[in-house]
Design a protein around this ligand. Structure first.
Ligand SMILES: [Zn+2]
Length: 473
């Protein structure tokens, strides 16, 4: 059987796969700085006969590894960036490995490694069983902050793919049909004129006034935009001390809404408000566009296929030692936090999970018509081809994402088992898509239907480059 060949490769190489994931966990490199992590994954793929193109889309840590030829082309995505300040030892209490250093609080060490293992296992099966088509691994940097995939999409990296899969660690087994929020991120620089704020205020023009008036304008606008929109801002610079009229001030805005065109409409309005604030205060305005994202297009055909494979393969079993560590971690998570997280997932029957340690169910895909209150660069890929990112239980139920608990668990026993399980599920699904023309056709038809003729236009302008020196600032 074709899938057995892929599973056998994963089982035989289990220790090596886990070792790679743990190594990336240790590296814990920030977005666009994932030099060691991306090299490790790319090298292993190369060793296994993949043709590797490094440094794609202007990002040294982005790469594409391809094997095979002809159609269909199945893409597997892998992320490997860590989060600032979330360094944590593999212990069930809060203790950083290196105080203040980054850590894998979103489990992207598993994200990247499960994808790598999938790609090699699929290649093995394709080779042994003579399956036509291509398997492509997309090494995607900076998911957490700089939206690496948006640059890769703009570069045309996903142009020839027929379907894309990826696995994101979580506390739940989840293949949802939820969408995500589209987003624009921009900074507003206001330039005024400094003066003694008591002795000669008439000589000054306050850039801070402009920032404040812009915020007021935006807050009045809120009443007249779609209910699900989210607008949040910070004042990054507001002056130096009260007796100097601030000659420079800066705010940073995120504008989110369920659909890309809604974001664009609101963003245009915000730009007008910013211009108005500059006019009112006689200051100069400079707008710095930081980045944009689309909303996620779900795909039921592939989601159902993933669930079917999850059930056929069966959830992992855990050792007593693994469960002991998990119980210790669970003790650090307040019951309220757990209930809140479960409730917010809107998973049918979530109440059953309240008293469980680890998710032991494989639910049907859920969430059609729902929008996750978050944004992701997977969304931009989902406009290119049918794309599904699913989760298998990597952490105990109730674990908040981006937490020390998530970092600690991402290199422990349950995570290792989830990594191997996710790779098998993804390999089985990729092989179904490679070998069944009917499934792929249905997935594509559904994709087309969901796009309703809408065309993807990169949310970032052609001149915007990945911020490679962001961490040096
Ligand atoms: Zn993540």
């Amino acid at each position: 059987m074709i899938k057995e060949v892929a599973f056998k490769w994963i089982d035989t190489n289990r220790e090596r796969i886990i070792e790679i994931s743990d190594k990336i966990w240790e590296y814990a490199e920030l977005g666009l700085m994932e030099f060691k992590s991306s090299k490790l994954l790319a090298d292993v793929l190369e060793e296994h006969g993949f043709e590797v193109k490094r440094g794609v889309a202007g990002m040294p840590t982005a790469f594409i590894a391809s094997w095979g030829k002809g159609k269909p082309v199945i893409g597997i995505m892998g992320e490997y960036d860590a989060l600032p300040g979330l360094s944590q030892k593999k212990v069930p209490w809060k203790e950083p490995l290196i105080p203040g250093a980054p850590g894998h609080g979103c489990g992207h060490n598993i994200h990247g490694t499960s994808g790598m293992a999938t790609a090699i296992a699929v290649k093995q099966a394709m080779e042994e069983c003579g399956i036509r088509g291509m398997i492509k691994f997309f090494g995607c940097p900076a998911e957490e902050n700089f939206n690496g995939k948006v640059y890769m999409v703009r570069e045309g990296c996903f142009k020839d793919v027929d379907a894309v899969l990826s696995h994101h660690p979580s506390s739940m087994n989840a293949v949802t049909l939820k969408s995500s929020l589209a987003l624009n991120s921009a900074k507003f620089h206001f330039y005024g004129k400094a003066a003694h704020a008591a002795a000669s205020p008439e000589e000054g023009r306050s850039a801070l006034d402009a920032v404040e008036l812009m915020n007021i304008g935006v807050n009045y606008m809120r009443e007249h935009i779609v209910q699900d929109a989210r607008i949040h801002y910070v004042i990054e610079k507001g002056g130096t001390q009260p007796n100097i009229v601030p000659d420079y001030a800066r705010s940073w805005y995120y504008i989110r809404a369920p659909e890309r065109d809604q974001v664009e409409h609101i963003y245009e309005w915000v730009l007008d408000i910013a211009k108005g604030a500059a006019l009112m205060t006689r200051t100069e305005l400079k707008i710095e566009f930081m980045g944009g994202l689309y909303n996620l297009v779900p795909n039921r055909t592939i989601a159902e296929l993933i669930v079917k494979n999850m059930r056929e393969i069966g959830l992992p079993k855990y050792s007593e030692e693994e469960l002991k560590f998990s119980r210790e971690i669970a003790k650090t998570i307040p019951r309220e936090t757990k209930i809140n997280l479960l409730k917010k997932s809107k998973r049918p029957g979530w109440e059953r999970l309240v008293d469980k340690l680890i998710d032991d169910e494989i639910p049907d895909p859920w969430g059609e018509g729902d929008v996750m209150p978050a944004s992701t660069d997977v969304a931009d890929v989902s406009w290119q081809a049918p794309t599904v990112e699913f989760s298998v239980a990597t952490w105990v139920l109730g674990t908040p994402g981006h937490s020390w608990q998530a970092t600690a668990q991402s290199a422990a026993g349950i995570a290792h088992r989830s990594l191997v399980y996710a790779a098998k599920v993804m390999a089985a699904t990729a092989l179904d898509l490679l070998t069944s023309k009917d499934i792929l056709r249905r997935a594509k038809e559904e994709h087309k239907k969901r796009l309703r003729g809408r065309k993807y236009k990169s949310p970032i302008p052609p001149e915007l480059k990945p911020p490679l020196d962001a961490w040096k600032k």
